[in-house]
Design a protein around this ligand. Structure first.
Ligand code: ADP
Length: 169
């Protein structure tokens, strides 16, 4: 039985086996969660991201996929980087957003991570409406087979926390 929990806070202050980063495909840092993770996690994470760009992901990490690195100075064993889709009102990109959660959990399973913390992927600069993003996130983790014992959503502000609370039901 996997517990799905919600907390209001900063993902870089969490202790978990794996912290998921809402990265961009360059893997070389950005704003929001990505900036916070690299700032607080220190240079070891970026170093490993650069190595990934020089090897498996020469063209960047595709949207909807996930890859793990060290967690540097964060209170975690791994950071799992995933690239959310930019929201579009014209095109339904929800399968890609669902894929971020599914692929992150698959990578977490390969690593043996028992506790996994997620931010609300794509709801920042990628502009996904919070209620819809919360619905997709929760539906996906509920329907994905996982060996994780806890899947924790770390919501950065009260509106995000409330949206996830409503969708958790
Ligand atoms: P994306 O590019 O996928 O939209 P962002 O990092 O811009 O990613 O934002 C994703 C969500 O994470 C937003 O709801 C934002 O408010 C939230 N967020 C920003 N910083 C943090 C943090 N340190 N911890 C948890 N959530 C955060």
């Amino acid at each position: 039985m996997t517990a799905i929990t919600l907390v209001l806070g900063d993902i870089t202050r969490q202790r978990a086996d794996a912290l998921v980063n809402a990265a961009n495909s360059s893997l070389l840092g950005g704003g929001g969660v990505d900036g916070a993770i690299h700032r607080r996690g220190g240079p070891a994470i970026l170093q490993e991201c650069r190595r990934l760009r020089a090897s498996r992901y020469g063209r960047g990490l595709p949207t909807g996929q996930a890859v793990a690195t060290t967690a540097g100075n964060l209170d975690a064993r791994w950071v799992i980087h995933t690239v959310g889709p930019v929201y579009s009102a014209e095109e339904d990109r929800s399968p890609l957003l669902a894929s971020c959660y599914r692929e992150s959990l698959r990578v977490a399973g390969e690593l043996g991570a028992r506790t996994v913390a997620f931010p609300a992927i794509s709801t920042g600069v990628y502009r996904w409406p919070m209620d819809d993003a919360a619905r997709i996130a929760l539906e996906t983790v509920r329907s994905t087979p996982t060996t994780a014992e806890e899947i924790r959503f770390v919501l950065f502000d009260t509106p995000a926390y409330e949206a996830f609370t409503r969708q958790l039901g």
